[in-house]
Design a protein. Structure first.
Length: 145
């Protein structure tokens, strides 16, 4: 079982979610609308500076978001002269919503770090916290063999 938090971004400005007490999380980015460079850049730069170790993208331009995150992470590692922060990234352009959710809950694991928290970043015109949390929670609570 993982802790799940939903955060909608409905305008072009990025307002970071409050996750102060979280350690080692994965993020599922649901892209229901096109985004501009500034929003994508702000969101990804924020994620790079968090204890986020798996980034999963689904929806409009999801491959662009994955590539942008990878490039930003490489630059972060170079600029800070640190040992490489190993973050898994995947995009799911051809998956259905249920396939994406299933992958996020059951398959998105890190080889070195236990990811006990999931942040859902929903880029949308209209927030839909109740429905989306319900879908993710149903998968999270289901016991798979």
């Amino acid at each position: 079982m993982i802790n799940i938090k939903y955060h909608a971004i409905t305008k072009n400005g990025f307002i970071p979610p409050v996750i102060d007490t979280w350690e080692n999380f994965k993020v599922a980015i649901i892209l229901d609308k096109p985004t501009d460079h500034n929003l994508r850049n702000d969101c990804i730069h924020w994620l790079v500076h968090q204890p986020c170790y798996y980034v999963l993208t689904w929806g409009i331009d999801c491959e662009l978001w994955e590539d942008w995150f990878d490039e930003t992470l490489v630059m972060y590692n170079i600029e800070h002269e640190i040992k490489e922060k190993f973050v898994m990234t995947t995009s799911h352009q051809s998956d259905t919503a249920n396939e994406f959710i299933d992958f996020v809950i059951r398959c998105a694991t890190h080889p070195n770090i236990h990811l006990k928290n999931l942040l859902i970043l929903h880029i949308t015109n209209t927030a839909n916290e109740k429905e989306i949390l319900s879908k993710f929670t149903n998968y999270n609570n289901h016991k798979f063999i």
